[in-house]
Design a protein around this ligand. Sequence first.
Ligand code: AMP
Ligand code: MG
Length: 588
Amino acid sequence: MSLSNCSLPVLGFAAFSGTGKTTLLEKLIPQLVESGVRIAMVKHAHHEFDVDKSGKDSYRLRKAGASQMLISSRSRNALMTETPEEEYTLNQLLSRLDQNRADLVLVEGFKHESFPKIELRREELAKQWLHKEDKNIIAIACDSDPKSDLPALDINDVPAMCAFILRWMEGHKAQTTTCDSLSPTMLSVDAGREKILAAIDEPIASEIHSLESLSGKVLSEDVIAPVNVPSSTNSAMDGFAIRSDDLDRDSYQIVGEVYAGHGLGIPLQKGECVRIMTGAPVPEGADTVVMREQAAMDGDLVMFDTRKGAIRPGQNVRQAGEDLKKGVAVFNAGTRLNAASVGMMASLGFNQAKCYKPLTVALFSTGDEVQAPGTPAKESCIYDANRFTVRSMLENLGCRIIDLGIIEDSEQALTDTLTTAMEKADVVISSGGVSVGDADYIKNVLDALGDINFWRVNMRPGRPLAFGKLGNTPFFGLPGNPVAVMVTFLQFVEPAIRKMQGDVNWQPQHFSAVTREKIRSRFGRTEYTRGIYSISANGQIEVRSTGSQGSGILRSMHEANCLIEVSPEVESAEVGDRVNIIPLVSRL
Ligand code: AMP
Ligand code: MG
């Protein structure tokens, strides 16, 4: 059992009835609230409990057959759901809380479920101790000697209990950010990524790039608007420009026409209007445009609906600088430019910008069984897929590629290849040859040329990973299996590449979805299942797997639009559980 549906700390109170659980919570909760902790409570009750009152409208509607009853007033709302089949588990119930509005979930009851609890005991009841049976008890609040190594609290000292809970919450926060403790011989995904990022330098070299080649580049200096965009106040419609201090007239005299790119040249007087086109500068004096469709013409006179409110002063006019004001900081260094930002650079009149130098990445595959596509198929060989998946992901990130091909399984070939690669490239990436069973010479060569660590990351797919430096050049030795290569790239290589590119704002996207399928995992390991997410008819994001999940089944990556990430604390995700998903759109 795990509480995978809740990212908040969940703490229960275990006691025999008569201990005064609710009375104690009534004193404890105000102190926690006072310390800034927002509390959500989950309480178990007798199966006949009903918050509704017999005879009330909501009660009558439920009895009439509404299996969900959501009732709301200005002060509160309540969802009453009939659960005729199985009773909800604590985990299922937790998913129904609004976790953005609480910091701590306190639980009364659910004593057979496994989650952290404080045992409450009063000597006068002469009951047995619960911590002897329940491994989930983290502390004991009582009024006698518990004879236990667990932290002991005085059940009558509410401030001390409050302080204990606050400390425990801090520990909970620290625990959810690192999970190395689960499997000390292996590296967690987060710890691996942190180690890599700590070893990677930010870029220094920059160069001028022309406007045409800016898309995907990362700015190396701030951009300040040299001009207003738009440069002049102009019309947003085809119509007639008038003065807002002159709205109540029966008719206006047309004194001219202004087209985009041309001015009227003279100020507009009261009683006058000009015919104006979209994008044309609004003449001096004028500040309001009436659409052509709302005007009636009679010779050189034009009439509008001038009833009060029909024309708003300033309507249909774009102010100079309303998009970008001269002198404002438009982009900071570290911004990766895309279609919109390249367009903004153009609007500001720039035909070039200073960006970090694109990275050059050297790439090769290893393995005697690996064969180049386009060559006749040999027996027991496989075509090289990895060089092309990695290449494509690198190109997507704007990298230049040095393709070193497939390196035969020999010490000399590998030494020569790596020596060239580390000289010519900013990053070197290989695939295959880093698993336990692989030839030792690879490790020997890497050790001779640099400082490389061979990691076992507690993830699937993608356990083996070599990372280090060849001289000053970062080297990634990715696994051999094609899916493992891609997942490892996304989790470790892409963040590193982006840091080297100076892309300071990037964070991988992830969000939460409800799984429609049981997602297998294992305690102590991060599992990346290839998934397909969609929006259900009622607007919920739901996800299912792509089917077979072998780390050699590259089709699973093609069919997926996300990775389903099941964290090491979770044994497996059940139907209806919330899981973290990492969208793949724009990353492959
Ligand atoms: P390795 O880590 O070298 O033991 O490789 C693990 C698995 O991935 C083996 O089944 C290899 O045949 C396969 N593999 C290695 N390199 C490639 C590649 N470039 N393209 C496709 N499959 C590969
Ligand atoms: Mg191999």
